[in-house]
Design a protein around this ligand. Structure first.
Ligand code: FAD
Length: 386
């Protein structure tokens, strides 16, 4: 039984079949659409280049009992409950993803999580539309990019000191601020929103920002409220060990809803990364079938904003040094976080090779030469001290 028919749920099913498991699998999904990809929603779908991001059109070939439009509502005693019935299971995979966090207030606010969200938002984007985007995180930046390209008058309101501050820190995030102005997007940092009102945003400090449409992109929370009372331990997501096993026997979790014990970082971590939803299910499937594999990635994320490919690998929590590689005011540069002389994380703008090499250097855990790392002429892999 798999709860959640997004990328992680589908990938679990695929991995089970790829490993030769021919038994019964039920895939339960809250949405009526078959599994689809989310990264294009804020990119190609909003820009109009893509309409359909369905992950596979031959879902029936996987031989599962697929039940869409049927959210799981509860769990207990080896039974999963939905509004339509009860499903006894031997093993269960929790892959229910996450939902956007709304702002308080009576005014209408849009979110961007589902394909339908993206299609209805796209239909609104027109020249001159006053669009307020709350949150200059990854999604807010991508949304602002698409809306500005469609001629909207975009204002991005961010409570933190810089775009992406929550994700990559204020110092690195600040390097992306000029991208907004260059795209004709007004960016207001340090501007908290008190409430969403009809016709605009009430800002902390009493200011008023008029807007025709408001999109809230202040973050997501794991979709685990339906597990209340189930006995499955939750701590900002379903708590799992390094083998992605939840606290209750026979139950696993993967993707945006799972906070897994990271052997590499010695802490519980929950990532909202496509790459995690893609790869963690292979470990879940192996362990469902009797294995004891660990999931221990160097995390990876990408974003496409304001004409730039931004990529991030690693985890900079605990880093003690930030080194710039190339000119952060330019079109291509990287930020390298070090912890104890080792590369902990790398953020690249327009430098996919640096990203790839950096990811391997992070995985190797070898100490690096900071001067080499700071010199764009030295390949990242050659900055390793041997
Ligand atoms: P989801 O994709 O959320 O799937 C979970 C599914 O479970 C959903 O269909 C949900 O409806 C369903 N569900 C929820 N509750 C229940 C229930 N009770 N019962 C049954 N089903 C339920 N990541 C990147 O690395 N790079 C990017 O550029 C990027 N861009 C993104 C852009 C957007 C607009 C969004 C929304 C996400 C983006 N991501 C990106 C993140 C990435 O898409 C997610 O990390 C990934 O989709 C997580 O997959 P998942 O299967 O864990 O969760």
């Amino acid at each position: 039984m798999i709860a959640g028919a997004g990328l992680a749920g589908l990938r679990t099913l695929e991995e089970l079949r790829a490993r030769g498991y021919g038994g019964a699998v039920t895939l339960i999904g809250a949405e009526t659409r078959p599994p689809y990809d989310r990264p294009p929603l804020s990119k190609g779908v909003l820009s109009g280049a893509v309409d359909d991001t369905t992950l596979r059109h031959d879902l029936s070939a996987l031989g599962a009992d697929v039940r869409l439009g049927e959210p799981a509502t509860g769990l207990g005693d080896g039974v999963l409950r939905t509004g339509r019935g009860e499903y006894p299971f031997d093993r269960l995979v929790l892959a229910t993803g996450a939902v956007p966090v709304p702002l308080p207030g009576p005014g209408p606010q849009r979110m961007l999580r589902t394909l339908d969200d993206a299609l209805s938002l796209r239909a609104l984007l027109r020249p001159g539309l006053r669009l307020a985007v709350v949150g200059a995180g990854w999604i807010g930046a991508e949304l602002a990019t698409a809306a500005a390209a469609r001629g909207c008058q975009v204002t991005v309101v961010e409570a933190g000191p810089a775009p992406l501050a929550a994700a990559i820190g204020a110092e690195a995030g600040a390097k992306t601020a000029p991208w907004y102005a260059a795209a004709g997007v007004e960016l207001r940092v340090g501007a908290g929103v008190s409430s969403v009102q009809p016709g605009g945003l009430a800002l902390a400090g009493g200011q008023w920002l008029p807007a025709d449409e408001i999109v809230t992109a202040i973050g997501i929370r794991p979709q685990v409220s339906w597990l209340a009372g189930s006995g499955v331990a939750v701590d900002d997501g379903v708590k799992t060990d390094e083998q992605l096993r939840a606290s209750a026997p026979g139950i696993f979790a993967a993707g945006d809803c799972a906070a897994f014990w990271s052997l590499r970082y010695r802490r519980l971590l929950r990532f909202e990364h496509w790459d995690v939803a893609l790869r963690a299910p292979a470990v879940v499937a192996a362990n469902l079938l009797g294995g004891s594999e660990s999931y221990d990635p160097v995390p990876y994320f990408w974003s496409e904003q304001f004409g730039r490919m931004v990529q991030y690998a690693g985890y900079h929590g605990g880093a003690d040094q930030l080194i710039w590689r190339g000119d952060p005011a330019g079109e291509r540069f990287a930020a390298c976080w070090l912890a104890g002389g080792k590369l902990a994380a790398v953020l690249t703008v327009g430098l996919p090779r640096d990203l790839q090499q950096g990811r391997r250097v992070i995985a190797s855990g070898q100490p690096v030469d900071t001067a080499g790392l700071a010199d764009p002429a030295v390949p990242v892999r050659d900055a390793v001290l041997r």
